[in-house]
Design a protein around this ligand. Structure first.
Ligand code: NAP
Length: 181
């Protein structure tokens, strides 16, 4: 079956975004061949995006995958604006539904291909609902010092992962894990 994948870059000290959603540390990191990103782009049919990630996208406007992804995307928000989200000319859809329903909608739009999750908050919900299949982390050689952690759940049990790959790509180390259900 097609997979639900959380794909993210992370600093060595475990942040996916710096303070005030700073993402400058991501730009300029040498990703080498970029083979993992290319593979994800080939297999992905839709994106499920957290509202905070979308807000940063609106501000910085790099486009998803730097504009390389132009398929359907869905943005989860409890307070969706009247206007649909638009990224690089592609119109997405705001959703105000539970995580299971959101994943179902994205899967349908993906047409038998994978769905990629963007944003730590919604990725955590996918893990807790036992919906996530795989985590792909590009570890960037940066110490960010504060911001949004990869996984923030102070009161929950640890979530055990199964390592499947560790690959050097340029300055980054790509770590892949499958998530037991
Ligand atoms: N390093 C990377 O590769 C990478 C990748 C992606 C994102 N980021 C960064 O990560 C940061 C955002 O991550 P995040 O974890 O803080 O937030 P997020 O997952 O992007 O978004 C969380 C927001 O989504 C909405 N939401 C979540 N679950 C919902 C549900 N079930 N129903 C309706 N709405 C729901 C809520 O927004 P409302 O308040 O609107 O309800 C919530 O505040 C940004 O700075 C972004 O740039 C980094």
């Amino acid at each position: 079956m097609e997979k639900l994948i959380w794909h993210t870059m992370m600093s060595v000290d475990g942040y996916i975004a710096g303070r005030d959603d700073d993402m400058d540390w991501v730009f300029g990191v040498d990703r080498g061949s970029g083979e993992t990103v290319a593979e994800v782009l080939r297999s992905t049919g839709a994106l499920l995006v957290g509202r905070r990630t979308q807000d940063v996208e609106d501000r910085l406007q790099p486009g998803f995958y730097g504009g390389a992804f132009s398929g359907p995307f869905f943005v989860l928000s409890h307070d969706p604006p009247a206007e649909a989200p638009v990224v690089k000319g592609v119109t997405g859809r705001f959703l105000d539904v539970g995580i299971e329903e959101a994943v179902g909608i994205a899967r349908e739009a993906a047409g038998g291909r994978d769905v990629v999750v963007l944003g730590a908050n919604i990725a955590r919900q996918c893990i807790e609902a036992r919906l996530l299949d795989e985590i792909i982390i590009h570890v960037a050689p940066v110490l960010v010092g504060g911001g949004i952690r990869l996984f923030e759940r102070p009161d929950g049990d640890p979530a055990r992962l199964i390592p499947t790959a560790s690959i050097e790509e340029g300055e980054t180390t790509v770590l892949r894990y499958s998530v037991p259900r």
